[in-house]
Design a protein around this ligand. Structure first.
Ligand code: ATP
Length: 359
């Protein structure tokens, strides 16, 4: 596998605030990566450093094994062979879509250029509006033009900065899947940043969760959700609660849901406290079950309802049940815990304001 993008121990401060901390990651050819984190965690700074708009204090950035940022090296953005898609698309308003896409292809012969533009217009499904101007098309179409323009010169790496943030929720979801298909058809290597995990899941092969400038986990969406490396990732990706538990042996842990059994990784196996990650889908609703929990909150989510439940132990869990289930807050319902992935975290006695917001 060829590594296209390689960041090693990259740090960056603004004044005395370190916003990127010793960050390393690698992206192989044809892979779509995503940096996911809340506002202000440093993801745009990382993207700007890769693009060459920002220098770095320590570490090294390589694109196809060329050092583009490093000790006394800062290759100009236009020398990095990257393409960029910005939040606001940054299309040229005075140029029609064809001319926008052709913008980076001036070095090509006319016939080759026209053919490449036609190919891209087709790829992004805009053949029939090729001569319109940016203000004459929708936000979603503008987004696709920006993508086509960035892909046109066949960059070695494509960077996308919150590419869907100006679109409504429904369009975002549809477009993120479409954009992924377009990138895959071009075998493009891309890195996007977003604070929206649904976009990250829909777009990326590998996702890095960033917290305050630190990359906590670089992994597949599946592993981030099912094997989170720490409590912050567990909280930021998907929903869930941490249930206090007592480890009984190397396969069982006692919690307010009863004794949960399975494989887990945990340094201590006899009698130590732990926090056990319980996802909403780990709790099955079954009226016939003798294990009852009281509904304290009900959230309608279309196909499903998410109940917040209080267990007899007084611990709280969430449960995702089909929305045909008609129970109201205050009622007790039968549940069966079915925890497929037992994820345990160290239990801390004190909670700081910086702790994740697991219920
Ligand atoms: P958002 O999603 O809101 O854009 P982000 O995760 O992309 O957030 P950055 O834009 O990388 O975060 O900003 C990280 C931190 O660095 C923030 O506290 C921000 O205020 C600060 N910062 C960014 N650029 C500069 C700059 N040029 N000068 C000083 N501080 C900056």
């Amino acid at each position: 596998m060829t590594t296209v993008l390689d960041l090693k121990n990259v740090s960056k401060s603004f004044g005395d605030i370190e916003v990127v901390k010793n960050l390393s990651l690698a992206l192989n050819k044809g892979t779509i990566g995503c940096l996911l984190g809340p506002s202000g965690c440093g993801k745009t700074t990382i993207l700007r450093a890769i693009a060459g708009f920002e220098d770095i204090d320590t570490g090294e950035i390589r694109i196809n094994d060329r050092i583009v940022s490093g000790r006394q090296i800062l290759a100009a953005p236009d020398k990095r062979r990257i393409g960029m898609v910005f939040q606001d698309y940054a299309l040229f308003p005075h140029l029609n879509l064809t001319a926008n896409i052709a913008f980076g292809l001036q070095h090509m012969e006319r016939a080759a250029r026209e053919s490449r533009v036609r190919e891209l217009l087709h790829l992004v499904g805009l053949d029939d509006v090729a001569l319109k101007f940016p203000h004459e098309i929708s936000g979603g179409q503008q987004q696709r033009v920006a993508l086509a323009r960035a892909l046109a010169p066949e960059p070695e790496l494509l960077l996308l900065d919150e590419p869907f943030s100006n679109l409504d929720v429904i369009l975002r979801e549809r477009l993120s899947t479409e954009v992924r298909e377009i990138l895959k058809k071009q075998a493009a290597t891309a890195l996007m940043v977003t604070h929206n995990q649904h976009e990250a899941f829909a777009m990326a092969d590998e996702i890095g969760v960033i917290r305050q400038g630190t990359l906590l986990q670089w992994d597949t969406a599946y592993n981030l959700y099912h094997r989170p490396a720490d409590k912050y990732v567990a909280d930021f990706v998907g929903e869930g609660v941490l249930l206090p538990g007592l480890v009984l042996d190397d396969r069982s842990v006692e919690t307010g849901l009863g004794i949960l059994e399975g494989e887990f990784k945990y340094p201590c196996h006899n009698g130590c406290p732990a926090d056990v990650l319980i996802r909403p889908e780990d709790i099955i609703h079954d009226d016939a079950s003798s294990f009852k929990a009281r509904i304290i909150k009900k959230q309608f989510k279309g196909a499903n309802i998410q109940y917040t439940l209080q267990l007899p132990s007084r611990d709280i869990v969430k449960a995702l049940v089909p929305s045909t289930c008609q129970h109201e807050a205050g009622q007790s319902i039968g549940i069966i815990p079915r925890v497929n992935d037992l994820i345990l975290f160290e239990r801390r006695a004190t909670v700081t304001p910086d702790d994740p917001k697991l219920l």
